[in-house]
Design a binder for this molecule. Structure first.
Ligand code: ADP
Ligand code: GN1
Ligand code: MG
Length: 372
């Protein structure tokens, strides 16, 4: 890292109550939204840290966002303290306060920063390799929902309003198409047709929710598999990336996790023939997830899980496509057509999930029944 950039990060870190002294700061992880750095400590007895510059273009109200995170981590910690054998300090993220005892620091340029304790010996997987990892991820996200089931969702601020509301996402796509700000609409005719052929069917969860048929719960809303940390033995340790924890439907969390578990190709795979559904990974994740959640799921929720599996890659495709049409303002991109390539890969995933829908539905229902 350039010396000047590192000096700036060291300045930022000085505003937090860190123990020891900073040895090195290196860019970390593969998230699409924040800038993340691992901060190594010079003192072997002091903790290492994780520094993040919060993307305030995506999260418009950082103070309220950080209030949510405070509320959620406190609730999880309190619940785990009553579970024999649980390790709240490793299973829940720990924020490091600033010198003013706040959860975040705002620098003179208007950037927002936060620091977590780095969870040692952990890693996150962009691509799941084994059914054991998938099962552990399912258990972690399932347990997360179970522990938050008694947190009143209305206490949480909606950090991004209408985040998984597909009707809203389709409206935004329509607007972007009409505006054609980057002059790219003519290039995406095929993708737009794919979207509109499925718009009505993909809105089913939205409609059920509106009709009061699906309970609104406290959900994570960004259950990409790399948002769970596994330990050295591939045992799930901690669910991370809590920025979007807010009221939602359980099918969203299940669907987004399945999207990133069953596809052994990258989220942005260029070669669409590599995008497949790995059934063993699907079964293992589903088993872990339902083991933790079946006791409180309603029948309608169980029925919403398979549609959720198709909806989440569809939503992601719509969002990547919208960002591409608008000129790439939202997601970090690594090359000019990146968002389009991501959208195409997600739409291909929707297709292969559609081809397998009966088997997936059957597996979900059998597994849910077995754990009831
Ligand atoms: P983004 O929203 O950009 O995805 P995340 O909060 O998910 O940001 O962090 C990015 C990556 O950093 C994660 O995928 C994970 O690998 C790693 N990470 C995040 N928090 C911790 C932590 N407390 N300890 C260890 N690694 C972490
Ligand atoms: C973003 O922050 P990250 O990389 O975990 C996005 C998710 C998408 C995901 C697609 C706040 O997640 O909604 O599913 O990219 N987060 C936000 O990879 O938009
Ligand atoms: Mg993340």
């Amino acid at each position: 890292m350039a010396l000047q950039a590192e000096a700036k990060l060291r300045d930022v870190l000085a505003h937090f109550q860190l123990e020891g002294s900073v040895a090195s700061i290196i860019p970390y992880g593969s998230g699409h939204i924040h800038d993340t750095y691992a901060v190594a400590n010079d003192q072997p007895t002091c903790p290492n840290y994780l520094l993040q510059r919060i993307n305030h273009h995506v999260f418009r109200n950082v103070p309220l966002l950080m209030e949510n995170i405070g509320l959620v981590t406190l609730h999880l910690r309190q619940k785990l303290q009553h579970i024999p054998g649980a390790r709240p300090d490793e299973e829940v993220l720990t924020l490091v306060p600033t010198q003013d005892n706040l959860g975040y620091y705002r620098d003179p340029d208007g950037n927002f920063w936060r620091v977590y304790l780095l969870l040692e010996g952990t890693r996150s997987y962009d691509i799941v390799e084994t059914p054991q990892q998938a099962y552990e991820g399912g258990k972690a996200f399932g347990k997360f929902l179970a522990l938050l089931a008694d947190l009143d969702a209305s206490q949480l601020h909606e950090s991004i309003p209408d985040f998984h509301n597909i009707e809203n996402r389709l409206r935004l796509l329509t607007q972007a198409t009409r505006l054609n700000a980057a002059g790219r609409v003519a290039q995406v005719d095929k993708e737009l047709r794919f979207v509109w052929q499925r718009g009505e069917e993909m809105s089913s969860i939205c409609r059920l929710g509106r009709a009061g048929k699906l309970p609104l719960r406290t959900t994570h809303n960004d259950t990409k598999f790399n948002n769970v940390l596994l330990d050295r033995h591939d045992k799930a340790l901690c669910v991370i990336d809590l920025d979007t924890v807010m009221p939602g439907f359980l099918a969203y969390d299940y669907g987004d996790a399945i999207r990133t578990t069953v596809n052994k190709a990258a989220e942005d795979e260029e070669d669409l023939s590599k995008i497949k559904v790995d059934y063993e990974l699907f079964r293992a994740f589903t088993e872990g997830f339902l083991q933790e959640t079946s006791a409180f799921l309603t029948e309608e929720e169980v029925n919403s899980l398979e549609p959720g599996v198709r909806l989440l890659p569809y939503i992601m495709g719509v969002r990547f496509l919208t960002d591409y049409i608008e000129g790439d303002h939202y997601y970090k991109i690594h090359f000019p057509e990146h968002n389009l390539q991501r959208a195409r890969a997600q739409f291909r995933l929707v297709e292969v999930l559609e081809e397998n829908s009966e088997l997936l539905l059957h597996t979900i229902q059998q597994t849910a029944h077995a754990f009831k």
